[in-house]
Design a binder for this molecule. Structure first.
Ligand code: SF4
Ligand code: FES
Length: 381
């Protein structure tokens, strides 16, 4: 793995009000490379932007390899190869080998569709360190319905077995919502049966496409409370067998999560065409413009671009957060959620119990959760 120790760099910039800002910026730890937006699945909670990038605009093999080298030189340790479906890239094995050669820890985040036994063996040979496989439910009927892809469940089971056989550590990812939350216990059993070392259960987030499916996806309070209790219990009985990471529903938590570990603090995303974003949903903030690796070195974008500096430090914060003792813990929550729910990316995240918008949010979630689930509006490609 890349062992370069990176010293924080002091950056100076002038904000929109003409005030000079100076801040120590550490190197990023992780980079998410969205190799493509192409994807065979059509999940109703897809987190890709509403405007997808087409195959013709994607970075070439050489361009991605250059980005991986720049990331390693910048101090990035973990590379997440993601999409869309990264297996849709024919050069996936070549890209993985180049990333491993650059000293990056490589993690493939995949639906499994497009992977074969042979390709998984090649990825292992290329140096793939870890594979994260999404599951949409514990039964074929529900899983295929949620993913909008017939036969997907069976393929995933096969991919998990091939991954295990190739000696690649496996994590199972499950987005949970109204229609599959009652299967969480069965999904835990499935992950254990598949030989996963970790399962990530994340409650659906309502920005982007998921917003179109609020009534179909919003879990009820009873579902959230029983899942919280189940996860607490399961962590005890599965200790030493599988690690459970759980992201509970925002509006049933007291405080927001420290999204991305804070804006421009620990990680960055590169889109299929090379735009560099502080988080996967950052393009939902219309006031920001994003630089691309086709025009600017990655390190300059990380340290000096306006988009990354927009929400660093605390001077951008609303007064509620700026004088709050938790601002160094959650950094005011999620900028994209503030944009989606409050119409202002610099607002206190409305899921915070101290936000004046919180009550409204909880009431709307309650209404959506009680609604008879309509048909999914599937992600189109
Ligand atoms: Fe976090 Fe802001 Fe809420 Fe304080 S007021 S807990 S900093 S979101
Ligand atoms: Fe963009 Fe949270 S998703 S800051």
């Amino acid at each position: 793995m890349n062992e370069q120790v990176s010293i924080p760099r002091t950056s100076e910039w002038t904000d929109r009000d003409g005030i000079v800002k100076r801040i120590d910026i550490p190197a990023p730890i992780a980079m998410l490379a969205e190799l493509t937006h192409r994807c065979p699945l059509a999940c109703p909670y897809c987190s890709n932007p509403l405007e997808l990038e087409g195959a013709r605009g994607e970075l070439s093999t050489d361009e991605w390899i250059s980005v991986f080298g720049q990331a390693a030189a910048l101090g990035v340790l973990h590379l997440h190869l993601s999409g869309g479906e990264p297996a849709a890239r024919r050069d996936l094995v070549e890209l993985t080998a180049a990333a491993a050669k650059a000293g990056l820890y490589t993690n493939l985040i995949t639906s499994g569709i497009g992977l074969t036994e042979k390709r998984i063996a090649e990825l292992s040979e290329a140096g793939l360190d870890h594979l994260q496989l999404s599951i949409q439910g514990a039964t074929p009927d529900l899983a295929d319905k949620v993913g909008g892809y017939k036969g997907g469940y069976d393929r995933k089971i096969a991919v998990a077995e091939w991954t295990h056989a190739a000696g690649i550590p496996l994590t199972v990812n499950a987005v949970c919502h109204k229609q599959n939350m009652d299967q969480i216990g069965d999904m835990l059993d499935l992950a254990v049966r598949l030989g996963a070392r970790r399962i990530e259960i994340a409650t659906v987030q309502f920005h982007g496409w998921a917003e179109k499916n609020r009534k179909a996806l919003m879990p009820t309070k009873e579902q959230v409370l029983s899942t919280n209790a189940l996860v607490d219990e399961a962590r005890k009985w599965l200790e030493g067998i599988i690690v459970i990471d759980y992201v509970p529903a925002d509006h049933h938590s007291t405080y927001p999560k420290a999204c991305m570990g804070g804006w421009g603090r620990t990680g960055l995303n590169v889109t299929p065409s090379g735009k560099v974003l502080p988080c996967h949903a950052a393009e939902s903030i219309p006031s920001l413009a994003f630089e691309t690796v086709r025009a600017m070195p990655l390190a300059d974008i990380w340290y000096d671009s306006d988009a990354f500096n927009a929400y660093r430090g605390d001077s951008w914060m609303a007064e509620l957060c700026r004088s709050c003792e938790r601002k160094a813990i959650d950094f005011g929550g999620c900028r994209c959620q503030a944009m989606a729910l409050a119409g202002d990316a610099a607002a206190t995240d409305p899921v915070c119990v101290r936000s004046p918008m919180r009550q409204l949010l909880v009431e709307q979630a309650e209404i959506d959760s009680r609604a008879e689930p309509p048909e999914f509006v599937y992600r189109g490609h």
